[in-house]
Design a protein around this ligand. Structure first.
Ligand code: TRP
Length: 461
């Protein structure tokens, strides 16, 4: 057990550990589940291109600002930004982790289903051999419809997350990231290459990369900004917290570039992986799968896609285990934000803080899990037009991605660009010459303005 008190600060054991942990935090269900689903719901190519634009011109400068702010403060995030944003950041991470672990629970359920299938089918067979389409496609609705399964999956995933947060930074989080992230990447690329060559490769490329200007509405733009922040773990003090464990020898400018590139690559590859399978399933006459409106896109489509694949049962099992690991490196990072805040604010031990924060977030998550069944017609934000149709799950997701994250990012930019002493900021960012000038201009003017405009028109336009 490390860092049992708020004052004894634990840190990354090496530079590589920090980079891997930060990538581990960024790469998760945001890339694998949320990105394909958002791209599908927001018109494909237009969304994807604007997303990439957001990552480069907004996400990256904010990412550097957050890590810098974290290391500079050498305190957990909300402590170092207390004067401006304080509690709101830890609160958003708290809200995200609650529904994030619900999706983590879906992954666990699929691991369970594929494991059972592997036992019946054997190593060489395709997934779900001999079972018909309807049955395979019934897996997801079957899971969503059962409050018991949803809550169990959620709580198990939450317990695993709490276990690693309790162990502290270098023993817990870092271990997960160093061992599991590289393995995940290899598998993802493998399955994608298979899908592209054997499925609807061309159709996918056209869908994801052809740009239709008319589809770029303010709502689509806000969704893209929200997705960029969600995916890069920004706007909720995630990277501030991780930056606060980073040593002086780390070049934050270069590191931010690596994190953003890796995260974007995984999101795009995930798109290339999921859509061929979805299109193939649609072409085969699978009825109720549509590209536009399925929150569980990946989960619904993948089992069918793996049916024809040699060793499909085995690959499916390994794949979902990997997705689970990627999700875990993010959920651990998420829970770390409010946990370290409580540790410092109330001077509690890591153990007490993890338990208190974790159990409350897990409870909130139960309501999110019920959104798909018992509470499917509860509309907590019915009075807010753009969230009028949202159930508890969608409300937690929508409010954090579309309001709190942009707001958190605006505050970070204002603080780093205008309030913090320029001397400190300038010597710490690891950038020289024109890159440095560009970054400063983006942080001071472009990011806050663009964010205010997009958020405003996305919400009210
Ligand atoms: N980026 C993570 C993902 O894509 C999710 C996430 C959002 C996150 N905000 C965060 C993780 C803050 C850690 C900290 O899955």
């Amino acid at each position: 057990m490390v860092a049992s008190s708020g004052s004894a600060r634990d840190g990354w054991s090496s530079r590589t550990a920090f980079i891997l942990a930060a990538i581990g935090s960024a790469v998760g269900l945001g890339n694998l589940w949320r990105f394909p689903a958002e791209a599908g719901q927001n018109g494909g190519g237009a969304f994807v291109l604007f997303y990439i634009f957001c990552v480069i011109f907004i996400g990256l400068p904010v990412l550097l600002s957050e890590t810098l702010l974290g290391r500079h403060g050498q305190a957990s995030a909300p402590e170092s930004v207390r004067r401006m944003a304080a509690e709101s950041n830890a609160l958003s991470a708290f809200m995200i982790v609650s529904f994030y672990c619900v999706v983590g629970g879906w992954v666990l359920y699929y691991v369970y289903v594929f494991a059972g299938d592997l036992v019946t089918t054997g190593l060489a067979g395709g997934a779900f051999e001999g079972r018909d389409r309807a049955e395979i496609e019934g897996i997801l609705p079957g899971l969503f419809g059962s409050a018991r399964l949803m809550i169990t999956g959620h709580l198990v995933f939450f317990a695993i997350t709490m276990f690693f947060v309790m162990r502290g930074v270098s023993q817990g989080i870092e271990w997960v990231a160093t061992w599991l992230m590289p393995a995940f990447f290899v598998l993802l690329v493998g399955i994608t290459l298979y899908g592209l060559t054997s499925g609807a490769g061309m159709e996918t490329l056209t869908y994801l990369f052809s740009f239709d200007f008319t589809k770029l509405t303010p709502q689509v733009m806000l969704a893209a900004v929200g997705q960029a922040f969600f995916s890069l773990s920004l706007g909720v003090a995630g990277m501030i917290t991780y930056g606060s464990y980073a040593g002086r020898d780390i070049n934050l400018g270069r590191t931010s570039g690596i994190i953003a590139s890796a995260d974007t690559a995984v999101a795009l590859i995930a798109g290339l992986c999921i859509f061929p399978i979805v299109f193939a399933a649609i072409a085969a006459g699978a009825t109720d799968l549509s590209v536009e409106g399925c929150p569980g896109l990946r989960f619904a489509a993948l089992p069918g896609g793996l049916q024809a694949m040699p060793c499909g049962a085995f690959i499916g099992l390994v794949f979902f285990i990997m997705v689970g690991f990627a999700a875990l490196t993010s959920s651990v990072a998420l829970l770390e934000v409010p946990t370290s805040w409580v540790m410092e604010r109330f001077e509690t031990s890591r153990m007490v803080s993890t338990l208190g924060v974790g159990l409350s977030a897990a409870l909130l998550g139960i309501f999110a899990a019920l959104s798909f069944n018992e509470w499917s017609d509860v509309r907590p934000l019915a009075f807010v037009p753009i969230f009028a149709e949202a159930n508890v799950f969608d409300a937690l997701d929508g409010v954090t991605a579309k309001i709190f994250m942009p707001l958190g990012a605006i505050l970070t930019c204002v603080f780093v660009g205008w309030v913090a002493e320029p001397r400190l900021v300038d010597t710490e960012n690891g950038l020289n010459g024109w890159l440095h000038q560009l970054w400063r201009a983006l942080v001071r003017y472009v990011c806050p303005l663009v964010l205010i405009v997009i958020t405003f028109f996305g919400l009210f336009g």
